[in-house]
Design a protein around this ligand. Sequence first.
Ligand code: BGC
Length: 444
Amino acid sequence: MMKAAFGNRFHFGVAISAAQNEGAILDDGRSASIWDNFVRRGGVIRKGGKTSPACDFYHRYKDDLLLVKALGFNSFRFSISWSRLLPDGTGKPNPAGLQFYNDLIDECLQLGITPFVTLYHWDLPANLQREGGWESPLINRWFRHFTKICARAFGDRVKHWIVLNEPAGFTSLGYMLGKHAPGKRSLEGFLKAVHHAAIAQGDGGRTLRQHVDKAVIGTTFSCSEIRPHTDKTEDIAAAARIDLFMNRLFIEPLLGKGFPEDDRGLVQKLNKQNLSWKYTDRMQFDMDFIGLQNYFPLTVKHNAFIPLINASEVKPAARKVPQTAMGWEINPSAFHRIIKRFWKYGGIKEIMITENGACFKDQLSQGRIADNERIRYFEDHLQEVLKLKKEGVRISGYFAWTLTDNFEWAEGYEARFGIVHVDFKTQLRTVKDSGYWWRDLLAG
Ligand code: BGC
């Protein structure tokens, strides 16, 4: 594969996030985030992993950026810790928080790396959660304020912005399934969070447009091809319901299509509980790019025992197809099809693959990690990006997830996605073979 085939304006990047990388949760006036609190509950994180020290990126960002540079990436995606920047959640910024992100941005620019800033990557300040978090309509006011502070502080140098990271992820895992912070399990809460996150997408876009000259504004969505296990009508209907929750719920209001209402059965069930979708024009915004993040496709079947959705996954192991160490199916052509499908919505100016990557059981042996499966994963998915480009899909970037092994949410430190290995006891970094593979690719 040749780098040149992607065109010379292509963003080859690597992505991280504040809660997963920074650590230093008590330093310099930062307040607690919902994740700092959630991890203290017993039994929610594998092997009891905590949000600190993570990769200690707060103190080691210069070294980590040197790695980004040495591996040849031209773009770097990171998120802003809301609790570090605005310890009260609202009000005035913390000078040390401003300083950290200013230094990080300046360092990127000095190295010739384009910073892509994500405003919200799942780490709400805990004090805003006490007032209802994403379930409260106040979140929209808080989020506009946070966005304005970021835009004004960093917008002179940061041009590439991402409003939300995967709203489907934090609303469903955090408010319905209880697996992520804040650990709630309520359909009503979930639907409120969905509603407010959809408004935040539009509000975030408008606030950035207003305050950042020449901004390139996007937001990210997770996407997964959902296939019925058999061609029985009930399995096909089950797949359509999962598709609605996982793929359609957030992008369609953003594109001005409103919430998906064509699955009458599901919508009727929601309406029965007086939770009809509420759509407002504020959910719509003309993004400069749409960030798509794909990790796996899902195969699903009808399952009457699962409330509301009446569907469950048929795992890759049961189907004997390749999978990652987290049991996620590896299927590059399904990646191709789902990106194509999003493109076909129309009205999307550009797509960037803002995350893609895989976790495997890496073995560190004599200072080397021969992670051939990860190399293969990247290579196969990049080939699909090239094919999509040839078919006329405007894709202007690809960000590998992730730079260093990091705090993988409910999986703690047990799931490694990095192209650089981290020994969490010593913070020693070791570039994996996949990192060297990227270096060779990007060296052209
Ligand atoms: C999230 C990342 C996460 C990755 C792998 C994405 O949904 O944005 O924060 O680490 O998936 O699970």
